[in-house]
Ligand binder design. Structure first.
Ligand code: SF4
Length: 207
């Protein structure tokens, strides 16, 4: 099946409207990108509020704060011991290299492709399309992609779409919205799905 990313984008945009999404700015984007690993955004928000209340959403505090205190502040985000270490390591990198490239971000233990690309796209305004579990799920169900390879699927998006930061941000946000409103992990809501006519799995939703 030929992939028509522009048509999919238009269908999603017409249905959900502009998302204007990623919460926060600057360092908060990077913190959110780490805290959201393996949890939902609601839990991340709680952790960010606690960091804000402790005046610890900046380099100075995150550098100085003890690991134990940081763990407590971000506890709601789950895997908080690991995430506290990742945050410390990221802050160390950003103090050394304020404008890191992709390889520098990937050199931080615990930062993978998705987190690095989220930071690059949403904070540093670099044209990297962010792939996440929702992207795999939706494009596999549509019948456009079969694998599980982050870089391969990212390459598909980046080769087909124009290198447009605003479009990359909006498309990723629309994919997230679609996964939350229609294309659920179990029992997707196919009957009024805006992508139904493009979907290979509309009649076998529980893949
Ligand atoms: S038709 Fe169903 S399986 Fe296909 S994209 Fe829509 S919600 Fe997902």
């Amino acid at each position: 099946m030929k992939i028509n990313l522009e048509e999919i984008y238009n269908l999603l945009f017409d249905h959900y409207g502009p998302q204007g999404w990623w919460p926060g700015e600057g360092l908060e984007i990077a913190i959110g990108a780490i805290l959201t690993q393996q949890t939902n955004w609601h839990n991340v928000e709680k952790a960010i509020v606690r960091l804000k209340m402790a005046n610890c959403l900046d380099f100075e505090c995150l550098k100085k704060i003890s690991l134990e205190k940081l763990e407590k502040l971000i506890q709601s985000s789950g895997y908080y011991k690991v995430k506290a270490r990742k945050l410390k390591a990221l802050v160390d990198l950003l103090i050394k290299i304020p404008q890191p490239d992709r390889n520098a971000l990937l050199s931080v233990k615990g930062i993978g492709h998705e987190t690095a690309d989220s930071i690059l796209l949403y904070w540093f305004e670099q044209p990297y399309f962010v792939i996440d579990a929702y992207t795999f799920r939706i494009f596999q169900r549509l019948g456009y992609y079969e694998g599980e390879d982050y870089l391969e699927l990212q390459r598909v998006f980046m080769e087909i779409l124009p290198s447009d930061i605003k479009l990359y941000k909006e498309y990723h946000a629309l994919i997230v919205e679609h996964a939350k409103k229609h294309c659920f992990k179990n029992n997707p809501k196919c009957n009024d799905c805006p992508l139904a006519k493009n979907c290979s799995n509309i009649n076998e939703p529980n893949i």
